[in-house]
Write a protein that binds this ligand. Structure first.
Ligand code: GLA
Ligand code: ZN
Length: 672
């Protein structure tokens, strides 16, 4: 059981938009109860109502709401209001508004338009946080602090420039060390002193890859520091409730892993473009993000926001077909979420989210299709309450490293038209998930010993001793799968000398000599080598990038079919210590990953819950010390036959008659 003991079902609620309509607020609570909503997130973007003038605080309305919610057994996550500031604040303290990359200060407006370095902004945030904490931090309804909202963006103001210089001074100590790390002699960009360094800009320096990388790291560190300051203010006010931040889908502006020491619970806002094309693909893509968020802190997370119907900021506001809301909500639970939360409880009347889906729409009553489906979610969560707080056990992992991605995508070559990093990660993910395996999505700094198989596709940067970690892992018996374009640079994006993949030539039994970039529409093929030990027997298409390796002790399993490197290895395996080091030389099609993953799992003699899982069916498990829960979900448009050995399991949720309906979920349970 987690700290809430029960799945949270609720979401963002903005009563400050309805303070002049008490009858509406009354109805809200009645409707929440009807839908089994047991939590709301309050106070996101409420600053101008909480502090209408500098130093004048009006918390009465919030207190009243929280008391009412408490009487009705509805818990509250209380947000700090820093994600958007009042107009008076921006007018009074100019420094709080952001300066963009071209060094222009923004006008008031939007959200996340603040400088996270500004002492004035930090002071004002601290003051209101301390007060919020004093007033509500020990209220029995309040269970957690939601810090700011969807942190993101960067500021290039003079204060941030100073902070960046300080950050660099701490990191490099001497300007010589910085010059070396960034290779500044190239194009004569050598610095004489830290004071000369500026953040990257389209109007100036933007080709120093080391600078670009360090700036991104600084932006993350400064944002972490801002969250830390928010947390300290809450502690100062007397509350030590858990700290949560809500993260975003595939957001590359911040390295979320770096928040691990400040934030207690990871959460994210999920807005997939369901029904835009194939839902089976969208389901896989969403699962990957769930797994990424869970793997950050390796514990249950929260689905902080999701849309009850259509998402109005997407290019087309598509309705969720009947059943999809329940399926996507349970999918989050399957992957380790302990909540299903929505944006938003009541649809706003004006401004840019007035057409965004909500639990209660402008009609204002509960006899709507959407409300009915929300009730079904609430009901479903009640039925499976015993799963709340259970763990996810993954035996396989994929390294998907943001710092390496930052560097790789900034570097020029070997394919400026698209390296397809995330797509490649997804292909490996799909190959593993097809077998019903849980997959952790981790970064290079996380431990890998616990896994049977680790994929490290396109791991361009090796840092933090990854070489040694990889060597030990294989030596001790792990199966490590590396690919083309790996181990090329160090942590400041300087190319490794002496052969790549850096310091792992003997582990992989090869050296990558050259890499061929292919134009869109150009292909090569990997042909299975006869009698290869994995029994691969097909020919697989590849595109985008083809690595030309020279093997020493590695054995080729596939070889190229065409071009001047015909016959060169396209997939290799090297036995090293007790383990195996595989090297994928090219960007292969999905079929390759499907077959390869199946063979690897067979080779490792790993146990699978279900066999022959049909396409579009996702199998995911959570477990307690005693039991395993197997979620089987059908994301196909049609009902599908699924083979489930019912002698091993009891069905604790869902309908199964040999088939599972479209968007249907069946949850099985067995004793460990
Ligand atoms: C984000 C924000 C919310 C809201 C939703 C709309 O996730 O956190 O405040 O704007 O988008 O989809
Ligand atoms: Zn700034």
């Amino acid at each position: 059981m987690n700290m809430y003991k029960t799945f949270l079902h609720g979401g963002d609620y903005n009563p400050e938009q309805w303070l002049d309509s008490p009858e509406i607020l009354e109805k809200d609570i009645e409707y929440m109860k009807k839908a089994n909503i047991n939590e709301v997130t309050l106070g996101v973007f409420s600053w101008s109502v909480l502090e209408p003038e500098d130093g004048v605080y009006e918390f009465g309305w919030l207190e009243e709401i929280i008391n009412k919610l408490h009487k009705n057994n509805i818990k509250v996550m209380l947000a700090t209001p820093s994600a958007a500031r009042p107009k008076w604040l921006a007018d009074k303290y100019e420094e709080v508004l952001r300066v963009d990359e071209s060094r222009h200060r923004n006008l008031f407006g939007g959200r996340h338009n603040h400088c996270y370095t500004s002492p004035q902004y930090r002071r004002k945030v601290r003051e209101i946080n301390v007060r919020l904490s004093k007033t509500f931090g020990n209220h029995p309804a309040v269970i957690a602090w939601h810090i700011s909202n969807e942190l993101g963006g960067e500021c290039h103001c003079p204060l941030c420039q100073e902070a960046f210089k300080e950050w660099l001074r701490k990191k490099y100590k001497t300007i010589d060390a910085l010059n070396k790390a960034w290779a500044t002699t190239f194009w004569s960009h050598v610095y004489n002193d830290f004071s000369q360094v500026e953040s990257p800009s389209v109007r100036g320096e933007n080709g120093l890859h080391g600078l670009n990388l360090d700036w991104k790291r600084f932006v993350t560190d400064q944002t972490v520091d801002f969250v830390k300051a928010e947390k300290e203010a809450l502690l100062e006010g007397g509350s030590n409730l858990p700290i949560i931040i809500n993260m975003m889908y595939d957001y590359c502006g911040l390295n979320y892993f770096k928040f691990k020491d400040v934030v207690d619970i990871a959460s994210w806002d999920s807005y997939p473009t369901w029904h835009k094309g194939d839902d089976v693909e969208i389901a896989v893509d969403t699962a990957l993000q769930h797994d990424f968020i869970r793997s950050l802190f390796k514990k249950p997370f929260l689905l902080m926001e999701s849309c009850p119907s259509s998402t109005n900021w997407q290019s087309v506001s598509k309705l969720k077909r009947p059943g999809l809301l329940l399926a996507s909500s349970l999918q989050a639970i399957a992957h380790g979420s302990d909540s299903v939360q929505y944006f938003q409880i009541r649809q706003s009347r004006g401004s840019s989210e007035k057409f965004h889906g909500a639990v209660i729409d402008h009609y204002g009553k509960t006899d709507t299709r959407v409300f009915k489906e929300i009730c079904e979610v609430g009901d479903g969560l009640n039925k499976i309450e015993e799963i709340c707080g259970s763990k996810t056990n993954a035996k396989v992992a994929i390294i998907f490293d943001l710092e390496s991605r930052w560097a790789m995508e900034d570097a020029q070559g070997p394919r400026n038209k698209g390296l397809h990093y995330r797509d490649t990660v997804k292909k490996a993910y799909k190959g593993l998930r097809r077998l019903g395996l849980n997959v952790d999505i981790i970064n290079m700094e996380q431990e890998i010993d616990e896994y049977e198989i680790v994929f490290a596709p396109m791991l361009y940067m090796f840092r933090d001793g990854f070489e040694q970690k990889a060597r030990n892992y294989v030596e001790q018996g792990g199966s490590l799968v590396l690919s083309y374009w790996s181990g090329i640079v160090n942590e400041t994006d300087l190319c490794h000398l002496g052969g790549i993949p850096h310091q792992l030539l003997d582990v992989f039994g090869l050296r990558s000599t050259e890499i061929d970039g292919l134009y869109d529409g150009e292909y090569n093929y990997g042909v299975s080598v006869e009698n290869n030990h994995l029994n691969l027997n097909k020919t697989y298409r590849c595109e985008h990038l083809c690595d030309l390796v020279r093997e020493t002790t590695a054995t080729p399993l596939l070889t190229y079919q065409e071009d001047f490197y015909k016959g060169f290895p396209a997939l290799t395996c090297n036995t090293f210590g007790k383990g195996k080091a595989y090297y994928i030389c090219a960007d292969f099609e999905q079929q390759f990953y499907d077959d390869f993953c199946e063979k690897l799992v067979e080779e490792k003699e790993m146990q699978l819950e279900l066999l022959n899982i049909p396409r579009g069916v996702q199998v995911t498990t959570r477990e307690t010390d005693k039991d395993i829960y197997v979620f089987v979900q059908n994301f196909n448009k049609e009902a599908i036959t699924v083979d489930m050995p019912l002698n091993k399991y009891t069905i604790i949720y869902g309908n199964y008659d040999g088939t599972i309906q479209s968007f249907g979920t069946v949850i099985l349970k067995r004793n460990k």
